[in-house]
Design a protein around this ligand. Structure first.
Ligand SMILES: [Fe+2]
Length: 250
């Protein structure tokens, strides 16, 4: 299997490339619009065909590259079925593995950052990785104050679905703002300042309610745009117009 962690610096988003060398099929988890062509180039440089893009959730901080990649590479758009987005080709549900060639991703319903957020578990030999989206971040977690966010739901999802994974499971988050790339379930359980070290649900809710985060600067166009899989809505800023032409290359 080919595995690469790719980075979009403006929103500090991680995109993950998984490629099955036997069948030549690849998936990009959470591609960003800004880096869609770069990431497609990386997929193709391995001789792989981009079969799917796969979302963990409807993002508020950046536009997805899903629709652009569909136009450029013919990839199908996969994402949580609970989102009921008309632009999605494949609806993902917990309990039904998502297969890309010989790669099987196991969806885990992890609401709280958004009401329909999913994480994806990948087992490969002795290595287990979880792509935790914006549910569990390294020493942190996704915010719960927008987009149907719910701190109690996030606490329960992380404890019930992620912290029950083996300690050595590698955690690959949807973002990191300080350059960290990977953690483990054991590390997050022991030292995540919001959720680790036995913090209670009530303590977590208090922390999340006290964050006083600023209003996400792209949310007003990113959410409606991502509900259309990355088609820019009319209120997108001028500087993004060029990117928004999903049929355009270069
Ligand atoms: Fe998010």
């Amino acid at each position: 299997m080919i595995f690469r962690q790719l980075f979009e610096p403006e929103s500090s988003t991680y995109t993950y490339l998984l490629g099955d060398t036997d069948t030549g099929k690849a998936v990009l988890i959470d591609p960003a619009l800004e880096t869609a062509e770069r990431d497609l180039g990386i997929v193709q440089s391995f001789g792989l065909q981009l079969a799917y893009t796969l979302e963990t959730h409807v993002h508020a901080d950046h536009l997805t590259g899903a629709l652009k990649l569909k136009h450029l590479a013919g990839s199908q758009i996969a994402g949580p079925a609970l989102d009921r987005l008309p632009c999605t080709d494949v609806g993902i549900r917990e309990g039904t593995p998502f297969r890309v060639g010989g790669i099987s991703l196991h969806p885990l319903f992890t609401p709280g950052h958004t009401a329909t957020h999913h994480s994806y578990l990948l087992r490969e030999g002795d290595t287990q990785r979880v792509f935790s989206g914006d549910a569990l971040l390294i020493d942190g977690c996704g915010r719960t104050d927008f987009q149907s966010g719910d701190a109690v739901a996030l606490y329960r999802a992380i404890h019930d679905k992620l912290f029950t994974l083996p300690d050595e499971t590698l955690v690959y988050p949807g973002h990191d703002y300080t350059g960290r790339q990977v953690s483990t379930i054991g590390q997050e359980k022991s030292r995540n300042p919001r959720l680790g070290g036995g913090r209670s649900e009530a303590e977590f809710v208090e922390i999340m309610n006290g964050l006083e985060l600023s209003y996400p600067k792209k949310i007003d166009f990113a959410v409606p745009g991502n509900e259309r899989c990355g088609e820019c809505p009319p209120n997108v800023p001028q500087e993004l117009h060029k990117l928004c032409d999903v049929t355009r290359q270069g």
